[in-house]
Design a protein around this ligand. Structure first.
Ligand SMILES: NC(=O)c1ccc[n+]([C@@H]2O[C@H](COP(=O)([O-])OP(=O)(O)OC[C@H]3O[C@@H](n4cnc5c(N)ncnc54)[C@H](O)[C@@H]3O)[C@@H](O)[C@H]2O)c1
Length: 304
């Protein structure tokens, strides 16, 4: 039975939405850590007085014990592809070393809470099989993708020696409230839905990379939060990775057109996939998880 959980990266886009979801749908006691490297205090401000939530401002590597937790949702990361090419070491530290610290704590304390790890579909690169199943070959096109995969692999390897109890959720293209943080130094590389809506509201042109025909599988952050919850409550030690996408695609150009005719094209960026399209049948079957939202609905609601 889950009573106490930890969310790392709780002040970020997905972490703060997961906090919303868990406060609303469970009676769990929730601790959250964040070092505000890319997160935003405003995302959690409304919960700071909630008795079921305790915020601790620190890095994951400064967490000294996990004994109190039945489940750890590890979301803290520097999650942008382009900056990971430039600030490689900073990204290795945030995306790999911080996760390893938590895994090592579980081993040292011989305490193995369910570990729900936020992975990424970036590890498929440009996949051959569309929609893409979890068995697709791994093809990391960026340091970020490689770092996300490295942690998956550490979990898999260490679980052969220790009773680690993990689930990796490979998110496709998340969107939803708080996805764009104007104060984040890497915000130019946020999820495209958030940037487009932000620029639209500022009266600025949308910038479509390449020819805009790249296809994206957009997944609402509430659906991601629910996937985290389903992974946490699953009674078995699953120790596997799951695609978490919507199971549909739309081109970036069609997304722009849905918002406004005021857009222009800019250069394609290296390291980014042509198509992301999740085969979500494994998550449907094992986690009993089904997405409920559509990006069309969200865009329509946001621009009204
Ligand atoms: N948003 C996406 O497009 C996307 C896609 C696939 C996977 N993911 C994964 O989802 C997770 C959450 O991403 P997000 O979009 O919410 O990003 P985000 O940048 O909004 O949130 C990450 C949070 O982690 C915090 N953080 C970073 N390093 C930390 C550290 N060492 N210690 C404590 N806190 C730290 C940041 O301050 C921030 O609040 C990440 O693991 C990311 O790799 C995101």
């Amino acid at each position: 039975m889950i009573k106490n959980v930890l969310i790392t990266g709780v002040a970020g886009f997905i972490g703060s939405n997961l906090l919303d979801y868990l406060l609303e749908n469970t009676n769990w006691q929730i601790d959250g850590v964040d070092d505000f490297s890319t997160g935003n205090k405003k995302n959690i401000e409304q919960y700071l007085k909630n008795k079921r939530f305790l915020f601790i401002e620190k890095k994951c590597s400064h967490v000294t014990s996990l004994l109190n937790y039945d489940c750890v949702f590890h979301l803290a990361a520097l999650p942008r592809i382009q900056p990971s090419f430039e600030f490689v070491n900073e990204h290795v530290k945030a995306n790999v070393n911080e996760a390893i610290h938590l895994i090592e704590l579980m081993i040292k304390e011989n305490h193995f809470p369910k570990f729900v790890y936020s992975g990424s579909s970036a590890i498929y690169g440009t996949p051959e099989i569309i929609p893409t199943p979890e068995t697709e070959k791994i093809d990391c096109l960026s340091p970020y993708a490689f770092q996300k995969y490295e942690v998956e692999k550490y979990l898999e390897l260490l679980a052969t020696r220790y009773p680690i109890n993990y689930v990796t959720l490979r998110y496709f293209n998340p969107y939803g409230p708080r996805s764009f943080n104007p104060d984040n130094k890497f915000n130019a590389y946020s999820s495209v839905v958030g940037i487009f809506l932000y620029r639209y509201k500022q009266g600025e042109k949308l910038l479509v990379t390449g020819d805009g025909n790249q296809q994206r599988d957009f997944i609402h952050v509430y659906d991601l939060a629910k996937a985290n919850y389903k992974a946490a409550i699953h009674p078995e030690r699953i120790n596997a990775a799951f695609n978490i996408g919507n199971g549909t695609t739309i081109s970036v150009l069609d997304l722009a057109k849905m918002i406004t005719p005021n857009y222009e094209f800019i250069d394609k960026r290296e390291g980014e996939a042509d198509t992301t399209f999740a085969d979500i049948s494994k998550a449907n079957k094992i986690l009993e998880w089904f997405p409920e939202h559509s990006v069309e609905e969200y865009v329509k609601m946001s621009i009204q």
